[in-house]
Design a protein around this ligand. Structure first.
Ligand code: GAL
Length: 367
């Protein structure tokens, strides 16, 4: 009985919101009602606190939205799809004005975003593209393919490979890791890296002794470092009895940490460690880069991404068209989502000072 009453009142709220907001044409072509007065609550749905970047993303957005005059409701889904769906449902029921979502599973939000649409609530896809729904208005991210290119290029350069060349004697053993199969970014990172590595795989200058060269064989569910560590343990024990790992393509710092642990357990240390890439410039990994363990990471300034999402959200809520710089590449299966992409930067031992100059970390933190 109680449940039924609650359901009825939730639908009544949705209906009331819809009557005031749905189907109206805003200035600048948005399908949401323009509102020149500030205020209301912004729902921020982030995937997990397991990685410090998402904590920073959430906090940065909350701070910046507050400065722009909004309240915020920041939720973390603990990497469980059902938690994130429930959090979004709750935000819709509460009548939040805008949802900013970094999806745990990009394809799992269709139903809940139908409800957001019915309630006239705009949606910004944050860092990861939400798939399979027309109900995503804008996408704020980094140039994800470029991230993969930077990682692939770093491996090629550090191994001293020049132009791809047939018939050279020197071959390098490289193992490949990919991100979570349910994250749309995974394929962009992989394709970017493969754009650079494939010509060397074709000439045989790079070999993958495990034979696991397809993205589907290399994915790491939920980007989990422990899962990556187990896979790397297994790859080493089955394929490296009489050879050495020269490089590992890792798409994310948390995966790199797992990979490096497996390498250390197998006896690699100091200068014997292979080239290991990464992404996110997480503090522990930048320190590892400085110590000479992880070799590279890709810096994506989460403060700038948060600022971008806040600018987009504020524009949408005021009936203005947000500035975008990509209107062709981010097709989510139902629409091409207008996107603003920021530039990623490769960081290794030689340029970690950039992170201090940019105010991302203090010198003290990097000690
Ligand atoms: C991706 C994101 C990466 C990394 C990864 C794991 O979607 O683009 O920067 O954070 O998730 O959290």
């Amino acid at each position: 009985m109680r449940t039924r009453t609650l359901r009825t009142s939730a639908s009544a709220v949705l209906l009331a919101v819809c009557l005031t907001a749905c189907g109206q044409e805003a200035r600048g072509g948005s399908r949401y009602k323009p509102d020149d007065g500030k205020g209301g609550t912004i729902g921020l749905a982030m995937p997990t606190k397991a990685s410090e970047r998402w904590i920073a993303d959430g906090e940065n957005m909350a701070e910046q939205f507050k400065k722009a005059g909004y309240e915020t409701d920041l939720q973390y889904g603990d990497d469980k799809v059902e938690n994130q769906v429930a959090q979004l449902e709750n935000m819709i029921t509460k009548g939040h004005r805008l949802l900013v979502v970094a999806a745990i599973d990009g394809s799992a939000l269709t139903d809940v975003l139908d409800r957001a649409h019915e309630a006239g609530i705009p949606v910004i896809s944050y860092d990861r593209l939400i798939l399979g729904t027309p109900n995503v208005d804008y996408y704020a991210s980094f140039d994800n393919e470029r991230v993969g290119e930077l990682q692939g290029r770093y491996i090629v350069d550090r191994l001293g490979l020049g132009e791809p060349e047939k018939g050279t004697d020197e071959t390098f053993n490289v193992e490949l890791f990919a991100g979570s199969p349910d994250d749309n970014n995974t394929k962009y990172f992989w394709n970017g890296a493969m754009k650079v590595l494939k010509p060397y795989l074709d000439t045989g200058q790079i070999v993958v002794p495990s034979g696991q060269k397809r993205m589907s064989q290399a994915t790491t569910l939920r980007w989990d470092g422990g899962t990556a560590q187990k896979r790397m343990d297994d790859l080493i024990s089955k394929n490296y009895g009489d050879r050495e790992v020269d490089a590992v393509l890792s798409p994310y710092d948390g995966i790199s940490i797992g990979v490096i642990s497996a390498l250390k357990s197998a006896g690699y240390s100091g200068k014997d460690l292979p080239v290991v890439t990464g992404q996110d410039a997480e503090l522990a990994s930048v320190k590892s880069v400085i110590r000479g363990e992880q070799t590279q990471t890709v810096f994506k300034d989460t403060r700038k991404l948060a600022a971008q999402a806040v600018r987009m959200g504020d524009a949408v809520l005021h009936g203005r068209k947000p500035k975008v710089n990509n209107t062709t590449d981010y097709d989510n299966g139902k629409k091409t989502v207008p996107a603003f992409l920021l530039k990623p930067v490769s960081v290794d031992r030689k340029n970690t000072d950039l992170l201090v100059r940019e105010g991302y970390f203090t010198t003290g933190q990097l000690k």
